[in-house]
Design a protein around this ligand. Structure first.
Ligand SMILES: Cc1cc2nc3c(=O)[nH]c(=O)nc-3n(C[C@H](O)[C@H](O)[C@H](O)COP(=O)(O)OP(=O)(O)OC[C@H]3O[C@@H](n4cnc5c(N)ncnc54)[C@H](O)[C@@H]3O)c2cc1C
Length: 374
């Protein structure tokens, strides 16, 4: 830390998906940017599965060697009967998430941002036209809270806070015999994962097994492993990492901005209440926030929140479906509905969003894949 006060145009709290994307965009537009991260390394202690939906990969091009494309979803009922879902042209990218985070940090640095790790933000105060960051000699013209679901920046400036969460837990295996890595495996079971699903997915270098539940329930990975031990040959010695975290699912917090302060990413509640995916919105609104702040500070642009407000997603339908999921539909309903055309259509809509194309089966889908992707 410098001895005398150092003033930046923009200070960002949190070096993860939203903070680093924001830092890069603002630095590219010429702002002096300082990112404060509590962990010793942005790639350390990752708390996410890190799957990018296709739309996230369209927001930001990431290096191919950090990702693995998965084209199909195998959706299981509680009785483990399954349906295979495809949408030609659609894919998910699993990631080497720690390395992806380090790459995002490198990109932000390359654009000119400074990133300081190992500093925990505890508070800040407005002093005239600047904001002074507590316990540092850093001040800024604008402050962004990209500090996750339980934001200290939101606390500090009396902004809205997430109050509704899912709780996620995951283990990463080096190998899992019997695993069909062409699919994102998703399991419906209101006893094991009330309010959400369990999942298994092959990343470029591991296999991730996890589940999330509504926050009134404690996620139990062992119970899920017991349930699926006939499908996957679990070998506990092959576990390389375990992680857990909370996922906001109550929609956008209000207010998410104060004078020269803005929340983005999970801190702002920018997570789909239904899919619980937040990386796409972290990329999208991280970048837009960086651009809008730069335009505001240097090009007479309007306050960033007025720019973002017009573009924020409307979560009304997803919130209704979230409320239904939280009721944890009985397992017999999932068992009897899963293979019906209506449920299949609904599931394809949830997984493939607006890109619903003609429904096809595994053989038809495999025939369409380029060699090497089969
Ligand atoms: C188990 C689990 C699985 C998930 N899987 C997916 C998925 O596959 N796909 C998807 O799209 N979304 C997924 N999500 C959601 C996704 O991870 C988040 O939406 C995303 O990480 C939000 O990014 P962010 O940058 O806003 O915040 P975060 O990734 O939460 O990062 C916040 C950063 O701020 C730092 N920080 C916090 N407090 C302070 C402080 N006081 N001082 C300094 N630094 C601080 C933290 O260390 C962290 O680096 C998952 C979430 C969980 C919990």
């Amino acid at each position: 830390m410098p001895n005398s006060w150092q003033t930046y145009d923009l200070v960002i709290i949190g070096a993860s998906f939203s903070g680093l994307t924001c830092a890069r965009a603002a630095a590219l537009r010429g702002l002096s940017v300082f990112v404060i991260e509590a962990k010793d390394d942005p790639g350390a202690r990752i708390h996410t599965t890190g799957i990018l939906v296709k739309e996230a990969a369209e927001e930001l091009d990431v290096p191919a060697d950090l990702t693995r494309a998965i084209h199909g979803v195998r959706l299981y009922a509680p009785n483990l009967k399954s349906v295979d879902l495809f949408s030609p042209g659609y894919y998910f990218l699993t990631t080497k998430t720690s390395n992806l985070m380090r790459w995002l940090a490198d990109e932000a640095r390359r654009a000119g941002a400074e990133i300081r790790c190992g500093i925990k933000f505890t508070g800040a105060t407005h002093v005239g036209e600047t904001i002074k960051i507590a316990q540092t000699k850093i001040s800024c013209r604008y402050l962004v809270g990209a500090d996750g679901a339980k934001s200290t920046v939101a606390d500090c400036f009396g902004l809205g806070k997430n109050s509704r969460f899912l709780v996620g837990i995951e283990a990463e295996y080096t190998k899992l015999d019997g695993f069909d890595d062409r699919f994102l495996h998703c399991f419906l079971d209101s006893k094991i994962a009330p309010g959400y699903i369990s999942w298994a997915a092959a990343s470029p270098d591991a296999i991730q097994i996890g589940l999330a539940t509504k926050s009134s329930h404690k996620p139990d990975l062992n119970r899920f492993r017991q349930h699926t031990k006939g499908l996957f040959a679990y070998d506990e010695s092959a576990i390389v990492e375990k992680r857990s975290g909370v996922i906001p699912c109550g929609g956008i917090v209000r207010p998410y901005a104060a004078k020269n302060v803005l929340l983005i990413g999970d801190a702002a509640g920018l997570v789909s209440p239904l899919s619980a995916g937040g990386i796409r919105l972290a990329f999208r609104f991280g970048k837009k926030a960086g651009q809008a702040i730069a335009d505001h500070l240097t090009r007479f642009g309007p306050p960033p929140e007025t720019v973002l407000e017009k573009q924020l997603p409307g979560f009304a339908k997803k919130q209704t479906l979230r409320n239904l999921l939280d009721l944890a539909p009985p397992n017999f309903l999932y068992n009897s509905l899963l293979t019906t055309p209506l449920m299949r259509k609904f599931a394809r809509h949830v997984y493939f969003h607006k890109r619903l194309t003609k429904d096809i089966n595994l053989e038809e889908f495999t025939a369409q894949l380029p060699t090497g992707a089969k």
